[in-house]
Every structure is written in structure tokens, then in C-alpha cells.
Design a protein. Structure first.
Length: 186
């Protein structure tokens, strides 16, 4: 007996990144040799989400980056964060974080533009961010020499738990006024 819901659950579980409905439909159609409309697949996904919404489970199925992924429920984040800190394999250096922030807020952006903002050479940081697939080459600029343009990737969205770039905090929210002198006039 075919149980597409179990196959969908396995696909989502096995996917390192969020998986889109179109990818799930393609896999099901290939395996079962019949069409699976998006509405039917969405119904199966809704059932899986309901199944994992129970309080006695530590993971949940979430919609992220226009796809679906199993993630740890928020109440378990502190202990998972401890593990992540301990492993720290994917930890980004301060330079890489600064470079990534420039790319995220100014994308698409050239290496020269990043270096002008940061005031230092960014070759190493860009290379590391490309290796970690947090940024990608998104084209070439029309400027002299046709320099490469860099943008954030889908992996960036997964890494930071966002559905789209509009979810980045606004720069005004990040401004630290604690070091200002004098009265604030509004």
C-alpha cells in the first residue's frame, strides 16, 4: 500500500535544506508514476505538521524559505545552542559576519563595494562565505571590468531561519545609541 505522506516525511527529514512542494511533487510523481497536485501534497504536509505539533515531540515541521524543514521546537533551543557552540564548525569569524552583513543589506554587491564599506580586503571572508554557501555569485556588474556580484543564498535563509530577505532587522533597529553624547532630539 502506497503511503505518500510517509514518503513526504522521509523527503523532508532527509533534506539538508528546506524542500519545496515542487520538489516533493517531482519525487512522488517519479516514484509512483502518477501526478500529485500541489493541493494534495499540501494536505499531506498539513497532516505531518499536525502530527509534529504534539507537545511530547521535540521537533516540528515548519515552512521556511518557501519550503519545509524539520526544526527543533523553540523550548529546546538553549540545549541545542550549547551543542552548536561546542561544535562551532560553522562558526563565522567577526570579519565573515561583517562581510555577510554587507552582502545581506546591499545585495547584489561587488567585492570592491564590500571592501569600501568595511575598509579592508575581503578576499578570505568572501571565499569562506562562498564555501559555506551563505552567499552566491549572482551575476556580473555593468561597471568597468564586469566584477562579480554577490548575494545571499537559500542556505543563508535556512541558516538564519528566514523566509525572505525582508525579514532582516531594519538598520534603525540595530543602531546603538548608548555611546551618544548629549540629549536626543526627536
Amino acid at each position: 500500500m502506497k503511503q505518500p505522506e510517509l514518503y513526504i516525511e522521509a523527503l523532508i527529514f532527509a533534506s539538508e535544506q528546506s524542500i519545496r512542494i515542487e520538489e516533493i511533487m517531482y519525487c512522488l510523481q517519479t516514484v509512483f508514476e502518477r501526478d500529485y497536485p500541489a493541493e494534495e501534497v499540501k494536505g499531506y504536509i498539513d497532516n505531518i505538521q499536525h502530527k509534529y505539533s504534539q507537545d511530547n515531540l521535540s521537533i516540528e515541521l515548519v515552512n521556511i524559505n518557501n519550503g519545509y524543514q524539520f526544526l527543533t521546537k523553540k523550548q529546546f533551543h538553549p540545549i541545542v545552542n550549547l551543542l552548536q557552540l561546542q561544535r562551532a564548525k560553522k562558526k563565522l569569524s567577526q570579519a565573515a559576519l561583517e562581510t555577510l552583513a554587507v552582502v545581506a543589506y546591499k545585495q547584489p554587491v561587488t567585492k570592491t563595494e564590500i571592501e569600501q564599506i568595511r575598509g579592508v580586503n575581503c578576499d578570505y571572508s568572501i571565499q569562506k562565505l562562498l564555501e559555506k554557501e551563505l552567499i552566491s555569485i549572482s551575476g556580473k556588474s555593468d561597471a568597468v571590468g564586469k566584477p562579480l556580484l554577490y548575494s545571499t543564498s537559500g542556505q543563508f535563509m535556512d541558516y538564519f531561519g528566514m523566509n525572505n530577505i525582508d525579514e532582516l532587522p531594519h538598520l534603525k533597529e540595530l543602531a546603538d545609541n548608548s555611546s551618544s553624547i548629549g540629549e536626543q532630539v526627536e
